[in-house]
Design a protein around this ligand. Sequence first.
Ligand code: GLA
Length: 381
Amino acid sequence: MKNQHTQLAATFEVTFGGAPAVNIQAPGRVNLIGEHTDYNDGFVFPAAINFGTWIAASPRDDRMIEVIALDYDNERTRFSLDDIEHVSTATWSNYVRGVCQVLLERFPDLQGANIAVTGNVPQGAGLSSSASFEVALVKMFSTLYELNLTGVEAALLGQKAENVFVGCSCGIMDQLISAMGRQGQAMLLDCRSLEFQHTSLPDTHAIVIINSNVKRGLVDSEYNLRRQQCEEAASIMGVAALRDADLALLARHQSSMSDPVYRRARHIITENQRTIDMYNALRAGNIAEVSTLMAQSHVSMRDDFEITVPPIDYLVEIIDEVIGASGGVRMTGGGFGGCVVALTPKESVAEITTAIDKQYHARTGYEPTLYICSAEQGAFA
Ligand code: GLA
């Protein structure tokens, strides 16, 4: 990480001829429970992590944006704030264009910037590398030009950039936790009111993230399809969002729904309850309950929401066998590959590592990557 910082400063100086005016950082996140509930106006329980995006930047006195991306072979992009277009062949640079476009709607007189960016959030792993990039960009403009944005406003801007510009109908969780996370704590977020409460994670336990390294395919289209199915279920039940439904209401409407739509709704309704229960269980120090809730969440994502893949299910099995009721494990993030999160007793980490090393590759052919994480401060916290 230190090397990455030094490299960022050096690249900025060489590229733009001078030291940056600001150094910004925004974290990625792991969601402990509450999956796909955010765009159903429900509850989520994420933590910001010690992996993030770093930006070095300086203001300009014209309306040009120039960016150099260290993690893409120093690829560069340059555009004017008066002429922002989505470039279908571009990858990372559309996030910059998207954030600029949504910021301009609110701050039409915004000036340009010279930007160097790097990060260490594994991409495509379900740990929100894109949200951390968006929030870092918003924080950068906010700092350079004293825009006085709050963390919630910044998160909404980042989400909007992703929704309208990049084309993923994501909810608010990733951007909001990247903005407002707190060190050592997880955040219960009500995605309807955007009110949140932090609670400390037990220092007896570690957050361990295991990347299945399954290449995620069709993520955006499957994601958007889940969102449509949830909206369909809500509309059949006559509620504004699935947040407003319960299992009794769902049972009354089951016959008017296709089976997948019924199961999607069942996942969301039960997951919302589990998320609140998990927050309460952690506050009460009831790890056995945490273990049960995370296990139920995984089964619900596997069978009802159908967003897990066999190597992920297998990772969960391996870890569950080691920790039992002493901790919890489930898939985390949007799904279709990506990562598993475990809240495990610190003394079990070595045993988990050994079990995964022994069994995962042999059975699936994939090489896993393990990250021992801590909960960190958000960019606006
Ligand atoms: C992605 C989205 C989030 C959320 C999760 C699933 O990370 O960006 O808004 O919907 O998937 O919980």
